[in-house]
Design a binder for this molecule. Structure first.
Ligand SMILES: Nc1nc2c(ncn2[C@@H]2O[C@H](COP(=O)(O)OP(=O)(O)OP(=O)(O)O)[C@@H](O)[C@H]2O)c(=O)[nH]1
Ligand SMILES: [Mg+2]
Length: 629
């Protein structure tokens, strides 16, 4: 080879990952950079660009991008891919790592040809080749490489097979060529491409490299027929959801009991060992009571996450989206809103972001507005606490646990309210004449056996995030709250509880009249304030407020559940539940809504609307239940 023609290999470089949705780009990204970005078996998981650095060489940057079928695109998430490529975000990538789904080459080839037109250096990872092989599909990688003029490597990103080879080939690509790529010129070139000619070229390549057509196995078709059936499919969906809530309750109980026991003994031990005084009080009533009351819910949250991960990885979720498309279309949404709304059950922040996959701006906005009503996992501790305190733990109709059913009902309340709100918004928009309905066009991924290692590592990532929050945010809030509830201390000869004289006590009494029609106690009013940082903090705050209020060493073993049981009454408990079905009391959700809608006015309207709804619903619930019980 002529060494003089070799491009210089300066060390620093940037590569971009491009490919159709759901072909494994993010798995490859995680494999090359050691990151833990979200992966799932449906299209549209990655909606923004994400940067990492090669584990083997920190000077090489890699950008993960949303999946796209073509560089000539319109939806906001797909445009990101093209803009990165054309250097609109600062640096131009030095080369492309294009990922192709070996089981569905047709969907990727078009973009590969567009990339070829731009003349950027490119390595192609022919991914999911394990699935292709198991379905008897043969692709001639060598021929494909000749036709596209780029290295083609077979990979199984999920088990890291072939990943090193991709890295090596990427590092060997000539660099510095993109500096010559003029964005305006590139866009002109892309516009000039003739769709029909591209289509013919794709079919021509396919006929030369794919030796057998993919046929789905018989069990796959049978499974599809059942889960997509209007009646049986719906029944299966409901059964799965019910099973998840039952599991959250029945499986978690023993572990929860032992965690509770552990914190009780820890509190007693610290109380008995340390001399009575401020430090002992801070540790027992502030730190241990606060953190312990949240950590108790770790088993339930782990089980919920595990189910979500399994459903995500199997390929079932988008099928549920199709199933619900009809139902959703009555509310003015489409099946496309289903995935963002579904991720809301974990957390509204990624949900609001993934609404970017929705093209229609009105539908996107409505999805963002109703996402906070779907029960996120941070609300689980609040629900769980109150359910344990006021709903008897008994079996009904022979199989169902009453507490599990109540939780199911709360989730259902969120879902129905979200649907109703969307419907009202559609009705309002229709009177202005701007409701468009787009048919759902979404590719169904094939069913796959969830990857065990992937499930375990992702589960651990999420559990770790929960623990870190408990250890940092919740810990510090507990300490601050303990200080607010302990100072100033009661004056000599005071008759009331010490907390009544503290700053927090005063604040609580001050706000309480506003929430009196909802039946909230002043302790609840105090606890709601730090809950704005993160919802699960509410429970920790209640733990601290009531522990300090009790003012005895055995406050922790007097765990929250009996306190709520004795002090609140059913009406107050139900009204608090209703409040949290709606209240958008979470700073990160509001911040992401502001960022995604780029409008302070919209953010304010959504916040105010949800708060008003929370207030009215909680009041109705309180006023009705207090007359019944
Ligand atoms: N069997 C198998 N599964 C894979 C392989 N690579 C990825 N997957 C699975 O394919 C699904 C999609 O992977 P992602 O990395 O999220 O795909 P993506 O291309 O980033 O998708 P978008 O972000 O939606 O564009 C996940 O369920 C992965 O576990 C592979 O080589 N073999
Ligand atoms: Mg991705």
């Amino acid at each position: 080879m002529d060494t003089a023609a070799q491009p210089s290999h300066s060390k620093a470089a940037t590569f971009a990952l491009l490919g159709a949705p759901n072909c494994g780009k993010t798995v490859l990204f995680n494999g090359l950079t050691g990151a833990h970005a979200k992966v799932a078996n449906y299209a549209g998981v990655t909606v923004d660009r994400r940067e990492g650095r090669f584990t083997s060489d920190r000077e090489v940057r890699l950008i993960d991008l949303p999946g796209t079928y073509s560089l000539r695109t319109t939806s906001p998430d797909e445009a990101v891919a093209r803009d990165v490529l054309l250097g609109k975000y600062g640096v131009c990538p030095d080369g492309i790592i294009a990922v192709a789904d070996a089981t569905n080459l047709r969907m990727t080839l078009r973009m590969m040809l567009e990339l070829k037109t731009l003349g950027l250096p490119m390595v192609i990872s022919l991914n999911l080749s394990d699935v292709a092989r198991s379905r008897g599909l043969k692709i001639d990688a060598k021929k494909l490489s000749e036709l596209l003029g780029a290295t083609v490597l077979e990979t199984v990103a999920i088990s890291r097979s072939g990943v090193m080879a991709v890295e090596k080939a990427a590092l060997a690509m000539p660099r510095g060529q993109t500096a010559r790529l003029d964005p305006a010129e590139a866009e002109r070139k892309l516009e000039a491409l003739d769709s029909n000619a591209l289509y013919e070229q794709v079919e021509d390549i396919l006929s030369q490299v794919v030796q057998t057509e993919l046929t789905l196995p018989a069990w796959h078709r049978r499974l599809d027929n059942i889960v997509m059936h209007p009646f049986w499919g719906m029944l299966i969906l409901l059964t799965i959801l019910l099973l998840v809530f039952q599991a959250v309750y029945t499986w978690a109980q023993p572990v929860m009991d032992s965690i509770q026991g552990l914190f009780d003994s820890l509190g007693e031990w610290v109380g008995a060992t340390l001399p009575q005084g401020l430090l002992s009080d801070l540790l027992v009533n502030g730190v241990i009571a606060g953190t312990g009351s949240v950590l108790v819910f770790l088993p339930q949250i782990t089980i919920l996450f595990a189910f979500i991960l399994l459903l995500e990885d199997s390929g079932y979720l988008p099928r549920a989206a199709f199933l619900l498309d009809n139902l959703l279309s009555r509310t003015g949404l489409s099946g496309r809103a289903f995935i963002p709304l579904l991720s809301s059950f974990a957390c509204a922040v990624p949900a609001v972001m993934s609404a970017r996959t929705i093209q229609d701006p009105r539908e996107r906005l409505v999805t963002i507005a109703i996402a906070p009503m779907l029960t996120c996992s941070a609300r689980l501790p609040i629900y769980a606490l109150i359910i344990a305190a006021v709903i008897p733990n008994q079996t009904v109709w022979g199989v169902f646990n009453l507490q599990g059913l109540t939780l199911f009902a709360l989730y259902l309340a969120g879902i129905l309210s979200a649907a109703l709100t969307a419907w009202v918004l559609k009705w309002m928009a229709r009177s202005k004449g701007n409701v468009q309905q787009f048919p759902l066009l979404m590719e169904l991924p094939t069913f796959r056996m969830p990857n065990f290692r992937h499930i375990i590592t992702s589960l651990w990532d999420r559990v770790k995030a929960f623990l870190v929050r408990a250890g940092t945010v919740i810990f510090s809030v507990s300490v601050v709250l303990w200080a607010l509830t302990s100072f100033p201390s009661a004056p000599e000869g005071a008759t009331g509880a010490a907390i009544d004289y503290s700053l927090a006590g005063m604040l609580g009494h001050l706000i309480q009249p506003i929430f009196a029609p909802l039946g909230f106690t002043w302790q609840m009013c105090i606890a709601m304030v730090p809950g704005i940082a993160a919802r699960e903090v509410v429970v920790a705050a209640l733990g601290t407020v009531y522990a300090v209020g009790a003012g005895s060493e055995d406050a922790v073993s007097n765990a929250l559940i009996p306190i709520v049981h004795n002090n609140w009454g059913i009406a107050t408990a139900f009204s608090f539940l209703a409040w949290y079905v709606y209240a958008p009391m979470c700073a990160s959700t509001l911040a992401v809504i502001r960022r995604e809608t780029k409008s302070a006015r919209t953010t304010f309207l959504i916040t105010f609307g949800l708060l008003a709804l929370a207030y009215v619903m909680a009041m109705i619930v309180y006023q009705i239940t207090s007359r019944i019980f």
